[in-house]
Design a protein around this ligand. Structure first.
Ligand code: DMJ
Length: 452
């Protein structure tokens, strides 16, 4: 056991190296101070939510009101925030979130919901809450929700529709994508582990394998597929939006279950991604977009969502490539004040200028720091978390950025800001005792699930 004194000494780290492409001079980072700053930011954002948007899905941090995704609140912010508060040791905030969840949440509603988002935020959040807190009501809600999601998978291919009605099971939108199809694996698997009912895992595994078996001869997949016919509708392969967590869950499911088929699928894709997508430039390494059948570049676009891949690679053991990609990630962050949603890394120009408080760049710093212990990842994470705290703060919370070149803010604070951005920022600077990466795996919304 490390004593408190020793821990305090370790927490103050002198960083003598520079930081990637940044022009930062050698600096000293006090980990304890930085983690406290992030905890204060979390408390401030939650106070704004409780004051102006209590019980709604999310806070609008400029107009100071609540907003729901659908006609009834699904308690997105309380669910996404609960495990972050628990890890931060914020008992009052965690209790408030828990109270909102149990007082208001009910899934018996005639409402079409997006399977992917509800699965990663709500099902993932409820399962992780159950494992952290032990209150059986979290598990009861999780199982009720999952049963209502199952009708989405009743297709001839086994791949789910994008939308399902929570009450009637009615389906809509048969044009889906690998991320939304494959990103049920960890949550459904965890529910099977906790309840002993194998239905959930079988359905999710079948869906992800339905994508994998439709990979091209060069082992890539496309962006849009028709779940009723299995036909690719957009054959462009990339690492970000619509594909990201398909790859992520193949590897993480191997960690969670030891399912070798998922590991092999991950390895197959990882090699193809290395061959066709990874592109070195003087500004760092980026992942480009290519035709899934030919491997030819379609567009040299990269963005905030793509930044997760460095962390995934680091977690899976390819630290050198992850480090190169993180240089590109940090370039993208510093080049434009804060990272844009999408930019052209060959033209060095922005395509979509917004920043909706995304976590992926900081998430990759967290994994790389855990794997290398290199303080340059602390410096990168400090720069990013400081930018968010300094530039995105409003009177009531933190706002998305409308345009990273002007830093004009938007009236939105997504629940993933609590689940992921604040959590990864905090964990980067917190003591490693807070969380053992050997014992759990994060779902794509950063809800930790225990490896059994
Ligand atoms: C989150 O909801 C998840 O990380 C998802 O996989 C991608 N987008 C957001 C955060 O950027």
């Amino acid at each position: 056991m490390v004593s408190n004194k020793l821990l305090a000494a370790i927490l103050s780290i002198a960083i003598l190296s520079g930081c990637g492409n940044s022009k930062q001079s050698p600096t000293s980072i006090n980990k304890e101070e930085q983690s406290k700053k992030i905890v204060s930011a979390a408390q401030f954002a939650w106070q704004g939510y409780m004051k102006y948007a209590k019980g709604f899905d999310a806070l609008k941090p400029i107009s100071k009101q609540g907003e729901n995704w659908y006609h009834t609140s699904l308690q997105m912010t309380p669910i996404d925030a609960f495990d972050t508060f628990t890890l931060m040791g914020l008992k009052t905030e965690a209790d408030e979130a828990k109270d909102l969840i149990f007082s208001n949440l009910n899934f018996d509603i005639d409402m079409d919901i997006q399977l992917f988002e509800i699965n990663i935020r709500l099902l993932g959040g409820l399962l992780s809450a159950y494992e952290l807190d032990g209150d059986k009501r979290f598990l009861t809600l999780a199982e009720d929700l999952c049963k209502r999601l199952l009708p989405a998978f009743k297709t001839s291919t086994g791949m789910p529709y994008r939308y399902v009605n929570l009450k009637t099971g009615a389906l809509r939108d048969s044009l889906n994508n690998p991320a939304e199809i494959g990103t049920c694996l960890l949550e459904f698997c965890k529910l099977t582990q906790l309840t002993g009912d194998s239905t959930y895992y079988k359905v999710a595994k079948n869906a992800v394998m339905a994508i994998y078996k439709r990979r091209s001869s060069i082992d890539l997949v496309g962006t849009i597929i028709d779940v009723t016919t299995g036909e690719w509708k957009k054959p462009e392969c990339q690492i970000g939006a619509r594909l990201d967590s398909y790859f992520e869950y193949l590897y993480k499911n191997w960690l969670l279950t030891g399912d070798k088929e998922c590991y092999d699928a991950w390895e197959t894709h990882r090699k193809a991604i290395e061959k066709y997508l990874i592109t070195d430039t003087p500004n760092g390494t980026f992942l480009t977009r290519v035709d899934m059948n030919t491997g030819k570049e379609t567009r040299s676009l990269y963005g905030a969502l793509d930044a997760f891949y460095a962390g995934l690679l680091a977690l899976s053991g390819d630290v050198p490539t992850a480090q190169k990609i993180q240089e590109g990630n940090f370039y993208m962050w510093t080049r434009f004040n804060i990272e844009p949603e999408v930019f052209d890394f060959k033209k060095d120009s922005i395509l979509y200028p917004s920043y909706p408080l995304r976590p992926e760049n900081i998430e990759s710093c967290f994994y790389l720091y855990r794997k290398t212990n290199d303080p340059k990842y602390l410096a990168m994470g400090k720069r990013m978390s400081d930018d968010i705290i300094d530039k995105c703060k409003t009177n009531a919370g933190f706002g998305a950025v409308k345009n990273v070149t002007t830093l004009e803010l938007d009236d939105s604070m997504e629940s993933f800001f609590f689940a992921e951005t604040l959590k990864y920022s905090y964990l980067l600077f917190a003591s490693e005792d807070k969380l053992d990466l050997e014992k759990l795996v994060f779902n794509t919304e950063a809800h930790p699930l225990k490896i059994q």
